[in-house]
Ligand binder design. Structure first.
Ligand code: CA
Length: 689
């Protein structure tokens, strides 16, 4: 194989010395050599390095045995640990906003939420520079398999096969390149179902890319993102017996009573046992228990499911690493492993993420780069998820993304920490769900200061003496000097990063997929009272006709629970009304409506009964349909909730009119609207496009 390496190098030099006008010769030469290519892909090492970025959803460092800790013996991750044995483990890798979509957006853009627009679960604006886009533009073959969760159609990828939204654990559907939906919302794309467990399928897709799709003349960047171990923690059947007879060690603060801490910990709903009911049967299994015994049992149930999912990920990481060894690709491939944030495994009595405490803040991060990173090395250097993109780009010889706020930590890979490296980091979480108060704060090597801005409460921890963050020392006079210094540093980080403390993410107005209504008003109160809404439209695709919600909000927030969503939309030709946010609350009014013809729809609420007319004919009658309304929520024409696109993407087509009356129209009046004439008595909205 050696001669081929030399010749390929020659092609590369030839190409770069003489420019692209010689591409035909290069192409012809590479065709000759690719004909000689077989299973041994080690010739690849003369190119710039390949990159495989493996990320598992909610996989926290306490459940990676290379980090040690109470679970490392009973639940070893021996395959992931190989990356630490053969590369470097970072002890202080932190997330800038501990929740899935925002962390993924930060990784792709190298920017904080307030700069990339993804504060909560909004779609990533793909017009901004992203890691895959610039790598693809510079000659990398880019691929993505697994959980994407950025909501907008992927850009900058030569190949992708991704889960829609959260995706399913068992027999999941995937959306593949070429099947994107015109609306721009990834979740609307055409789906293909695969049999098996998501972790196995995602690894198989990664292997399929490596075995069959990689180009002989381009280096590649592969993102392999596992859905596991995100809740609902559904593991593959073969792990049923794993840990079955093992008592999982508890963290010392499983029964944290939150004494001395802010109200944020006392009012949150992500403590063990709080919201299990939605997606586990833990509540049923512990129905006969109370108090401490109940939490102990629920902790065991939770951890076993979580760790079985982790085992599935680890085994599949092993399959990928084995293939890299067998194929010879390992030598010239940088492999990174991380989780999209930290996660609580019972610490502070919590599960899930969001809070800035250590277990939620810290991400596992391991990197193997043969020849460049010393085997078995570790770094205490403080690195962040916004650093990943600049680091990968420097490693492959590219400049940082435009507007990036992260720093390349390539200099740390030698084992040194440069003297000018950061000694503090800025964190900010924006409210979404589980009643976790928004907060921002600063962590240094020794201390942490957290500010819950909506309730104006502070917490301060001395990490050297109180690693578990049990004693809030904010009011301790002995620490007033350091607290005041940290406040100053926190402000200067906000200034440097251009984050306005008042920008709470409630009005993300970034990007093509931010829901942009054709018209918006607060005048329409759509609840149980008599009302009539009439609309005229034409489409070949679909989208939202109207929505009654605050744009940018998310469906499981308190506001939605109180007020419902109320969306009228077309999906795959079906005209649907939904007063909630999932399939259960959907009412299908009519079919085949995306035919490019002009249609009318009328929604008449009369004494709590709702009638839907399509093209003047009664199609559906419902009772107890509408929840109470809150007039604070806006009525949007042509745009829905800015979430997954599931029922929220902007209308693609023409909405020509929308009339609203605060009375119930009769059938005759609906037919008049259909014909084009209608009285204006009690009309509260007459919108013509
Ligand atoms: Ca996550």
């Amino acid at each position: 194989m050696e001669p081929m390496n030399t010749l390929r190098k020659y092609i590369y030099l030839f190409y770069s010395e003489w420019g692209s006008s010689l591409w035909i010769i290069s192409f012809a030469l590479s065709l000759i050599f690719s004909a000689c290519t077989n299973e041994d892909k080690s010739q690849n090492k003369t190119q710039r390095p390949n990159v495989i970025f493996i990320m598992s959803d909610d996989h926290t460092s306490q459940a990676v045995s290379a980090y040690g800790g109470r679970l490392s013996k009973i639940s070893p991750t021996s395959n992931i640990d190989r990356l630490a044995d053969e590369g470097m483990l970072f002890k202080n890798c932190f997330v800038t906003n501990s929740i899935c979509t925002p962390s993924r957006a930060a990784i792709m853009t190298g920017k904080y939420a307030h700069k990339n627009g993804v504060y909560k679960f909004t779609a990533l604006d793909q017009t901004q520079p992203t890691l895959p886009k610039v790598m693809q533009a510079d000659g990398y073959q880019t691929a993505f398999v697994g959980k994407y969760h950025l909501h907008s159609n992927p850009v900058g990828l030569d190949y992708f096969s991704i889960l829609p939204g959260q995706g399913d654990y068992h027999n999941p559907e995937f959306i593949e390149k070429g099947n994107e939906h015109l609306s721009g919302w990834v979740q609307q794309g055409e789906k293909i179902q695969y049999e098996g467990h998501s972790s196995d399928i995602i690894a198989t897709k990664a292997l399929d890319f490596l075995e069959n799709e990689i180009s002989d003349d381009q280096p590649f960047m592969l993102f392999c993102h596992f859905k596991a171990p995100h809740d609902t923690w559904d593991y593959a059947a073969r792990y049923e017996d794993f840990l079955a007879d093992v008592e999982i060690p508890e963290p010392d603060n499983l029964f944290d009573d939150y004494e001395g801490r802010s109200d944020a910990l006392k009012t949150q709903l992500q403590f063990i046992g709080s919201k299990w009911g939605d997606h586990t049967n833990f509540e049923e299994q512990t129905a006969d228990l109370k108090g401490k015994a109940k939490r102990e049992k629920q902790y065991q149930l939770y951890m076993k499911k979580y760790l079985r999912c982790v085992r599935g990920v680890d085994d599949n990481v092993g399959r990928i690493l084995d293939y890299l060894d067998e194929s010879g690709l390992a030598e010239n491939t940088i492999v990174m492993y991380t989780g999209d944030q930290g996660f609580y495994l019972g610490e502070h009595g919590l599960y899930d993420k969001r809070f800035m405490y250590e277990e939620g803040l810290r991400m596992p991060f391991l990197v193997r780069w043969p020849g460049e990173v010393e085997q078995g090395s570790t770094s205490d250097g403080m690195i962040l998820n916004v650093d990943f993109a600049p680091t990968i780009l420097e490693a492959v010889g590219l400049p940082a993304l435009e507007g990036t706020q992260g720093k390349s930590f390539v200099p740390l890979l030698s084992g040194d920490i440069p003297t000018d490296w950061r000694t503090s980091m800025y964190y900010r979480y924006y409210y979404s769900h589980f009643e976790t108060e928004p907060h921002f704060g600063i962590r240094t090597y020794d201390h942490k200061l957290i500010y819950y801005d909506k309730i104006d409460q502070w917490e301060f921890y001395d990490l050297n003496k109180d690693r578990a963050e049990m004693i809030n020392q904010y009011n301790n006079p002995a620490h007033q000097r350091i607290v005041s210094d940290l406040k100053e540093e926190l402000s200067s980080l906000q200034i440097d990063l251009e984050d306005d403390p008042k920008d709470d993410g409630s009005n993300p107005n970034i990007g093509v997929l931010t829901a942009r209504p054709l018209f918006q008003t607060l005048d329409v109160s759509l609840g149980l009272q008599d009302i009539s809404v009439l609309m005229k439209f034409r489409t070949k695709v679909g989208g939202t006709l109207f929505s009654k919600c605050r744009i940018g909000d998310i469906p499981w927030s308190v506001d939605f629970e109180l007020n419902g969503i109320k969306t009228l939309f077309l999906r795959e030709g079906d005209l649907i009304f939904n007063d909630g946010w999932d399939d259960d609350t959907e009412l299908r009014i009519a079919q085949n409506m995306a035919d490019g013809q002009l249609h009318t729809v009328a929604m008449i609420v009369d004494n709590g009964v709702v009638n839907f007319y399509v093209d003047g004919k009664l199609k559906l009658t419902g009772t107890k349909l509408l929840s109470e309304d809150n007039a604070k929520h806006t009525f949007n024409i042509g745009a829905g909730i800015d979430f997954t696109g599931y029922q929220g993407y902007n209308f693609i087509g023409e909405i020509s009119s929308c009339l609203v009356y605060n009375k119930s129209l009769n059938e005759k009046e609906v037919r008049e609207f259909n014909k084009g004439s209608i009285s204006s008595d009690k009309q509260i909205l007459n919108w013509q496009n």
